[in-house]
Design a protein around this ligand. Structure first.
Ligand code: ADP
Ligand code: MG
Length: 193
């Protein structure tokens, strides 16, 4: 649990599916049976801020940890920094290994930081290394079409997405922000808590 570096403990039980009516509760509970971990299938949550992408990634990770799988949580920003500041090749390889060995790797908040050419290359290497070996749970606020500019390289982005999405469940969440829940309720005069 500690080694997984989860920023918070979240559960599916605590997720209010009625708040995201377009999201399939059944699909999430199916994923919670963890066959996606066994088959090294990736899960990609796409949507604007506050829609529960990190919550759901954490909930699935907690399930995986409870079942005895290893996991590691990181953000793309942290990942990029870790693989960039590593100055000599041996150290990069050692750090890459940290992200390739866990059964489940969460890469949160893809889309907030543009990557340098070196970082983009290492990100690609990581996705390639985990391809058909270990699951990636990824969250992003940007559509796949923006990944070329995110990685600064359209060809690399296409190759990366090809591997990432070959065995993947892509889950768009397009509802309202849960963080703004109370604010929008009072703004619309709903008064419902
Ligand atoms: P995102 O990663 O999409 O920006 P988060 O998963 O961080 O959003 O959600 C923001 C906060 O709101 C978190 O504390 C999360 O637990 C909570 N939250 C989001 N959606 C729901 C929901 N449908 N039911 C209960 N809590 C939610
Ligand atoms: Mg988040």
């Amino acid at each position: 649990m500690t080694a997984a570096r989860l920023p918070a403990i979240k559960t599916l039980e605590a997720f209010d599916f009625t708040f995201q009516p377009d999201l399939s509760e059944r699909l999430l509970w199916e994923l919670a049976d963890l066959s996606f971990v066994k088959t090294a299938t990736n899960v990609v949550f796409l949507g604007p801020p506050g829609t529960g992408k990190t919550h759901l990634s954490l909930a699935l990770t907690v399930k995986a940890l409870s079942a005895g799988y290893s996991a590691l949580f990181t953000t793309l920003t942290h990942l990029a920094e870790a693989l960039d500041s590593a100055s000599y090749p041996g150290l990069v390889r050692q750090r890459l290994r940290r992200y390739t060995t866990p059964s489940v790797l969460v890469i949160d908040e893809v889309g907030y930081t543009k990557l340098s050419p070196g970082q983009a290359h290492h990100f690609f290497e990581l996705v390639t290394a985990r391809y058909e070996h270990g699951s990636i749970l990824l969250t992003s606020n940007t559509g796949f079409s923006a990944w070329g500019s995110l990685l600064g390289d359209d060809v690399l982005a296409t190759a990366l997405l090809d591997r990432l999405l070959h065995h993947a469940e892509v889950i768009p969440i397009n509802g309202r922000s849960y963080r703004m829940k109370d604010r929008s309720a009072s703004a619309s005069g709903g008064g419902q808590k």
